[in-house]
Design a protein around this ligand. Structure first.
Ligand code: NAI
Length: 315
């Protein structure tokens, strides 16, 4: 078990690889033999401007160390162009790391449509466009490894990040479904929620914490998940500072009542929210079959709703 995980001649696309986490993924993949497409639009943290230098710098670093890399300066919204860069330069696509990201943090009452749309376009639409552009190619090759970059803000919510947390959880949904669609074609898809010192977090973390949270600590999990020997798919991981943890959805065993009413909900609330006998559905079929087996154990007479005492206001 001591053999090194190598990526010899694997072609990997990494978005937002001009800095932060993306840069260190790119350097490590290249060091281990991969051919890397370093994508970066070169924007500010809030998505303004563009600069080709960001990607060029990382490509030069990789080449100076003897690795193979090519730059791409398109926005992730133009995923087809990024995929084409990989195909033109290296002739195939094996691994996609959807990593590019921006922040437009603001409390919900002050959020503008632009704050919402821009964060959607970079995180969700960008990951969709690039992954879609690579998907059929991976299906035809019967091989693919894909990472979606979520966030603790998406999994748990965070003040001032209604836009960002919505998009980050959307990426978990995308990862979950693609892992199921990709299963028969050896395409593994996982989501990570990293924590790392970068320009994105330098204003919210003190220097000593930033030092502990080097992006390099996130890299090993991403490389492990993307290796050809790894079968893990459809999972969510939190990772940072050398700590790695798997996250899953848990639900209570629930309560079935064929005569369900608001009052029966009230009366059985402690059972509804009891996690004494938890269940862990891993897909929608398991979720529904769990409900059906609970229902099948007891006859259902249908929900009983109280009739409104006043006529409903006309629409
Ligand atoms: P960063 O700001 O250092 O790097 C993001 C890169 O994405 C930048 O180089 C930027 O130019 C690029 N980019 C932005 N919009 C782009 C677009 N439309 N097309 C192509 N490139 C674009 O940020 P960091 O910290 O490295 O974050 C990487 C990912 O990890 C992001 O998705 C972020 O949301 C996520 N993340 C980071 C956390 C952290 O603690 N640093 C926490 C949770 C999630």
């Amino acid at each position: 078990m001591s053999s090194e995980l190598l990526f010899t001649d694997r072609v990997v696309i990494i978005t937002g690889a001009g800095g932060g986490l993306g840069r260190v993924y790119a350097l490590e993949f290249a060091k281990r033999g991969a051919k890397v497409v370093v994508n970066d639009l070169g924007t500010s943290s809030s998505g303004e401007g563009n600069n080709a230098k960001a990607a060029d710098k990382v490509v030069n670093e990789i080449k100076a160390a003897g690795g193979q890399a090519v730059a791409n300066y398109d926005s992730v919204e133009d995923g087809e162009k990024i995929a084409q860069t990989a195909l033109n330069a290296f002739g195939r696509i094996d691994i996609v790391i959807n990593n590019a990201g921006i922040l437009r943090d603001v409390s919900f009452g002050k959020m503008t449509d632009q704050d919402w749309d821009l964060v959607y376009r970079v995180h969700v639409k960008g990951a969709y466009k690039l992954t879609r552009a690579c998907w059929n190619h991976m299906r035809d090759n019967k091989y693919g490894r894909i990472i979606m970059t979520s966030s603790a803000a998406g999994l748990y919510g965070n003040f001032g990040q209604a836009n960002y947390s919505s998009m980050k959880l959307a990426l978990v949904g995308l990862s979950n479904t693609l892992s199921q669609e990709g299963k028969a074609r050896n395409i593994n898809v996982n989501a990570i929620a990293p924590v790392a010192g970068s320009r994105m977090t330098e204003s919210v973390m003190p220097p000593e914490i930033l030092q502990m949270m080097k992006p390099e600590f996130v890299v090993p999990l991403v490389l492990y998940l993307c290796h050809e020997s790894t079968t893990e798919s459809g999972s969510i991981f939190e990772v940072g500072a050398g700590w790695v943890s798997k996250v899953r959805f848990q639900r209570s065993a629930g309560v079935h009542n064929g005569n369900i009413t608001p009052e029966s909900i009230r009366d059985s609330w402690s059972q509804i929210e009891s996690f004494d006998n938890p269940q862990y559905p891993t897909n929608a079929t398991e979720s529904v079959s769990g409900i059906l087996s609970a229902v099948n154990n007891k006859p259902t007479t249908g929900p009983v709703l109280v009739k409104p005492t006043k006529p409903a206001a006309s629409a």
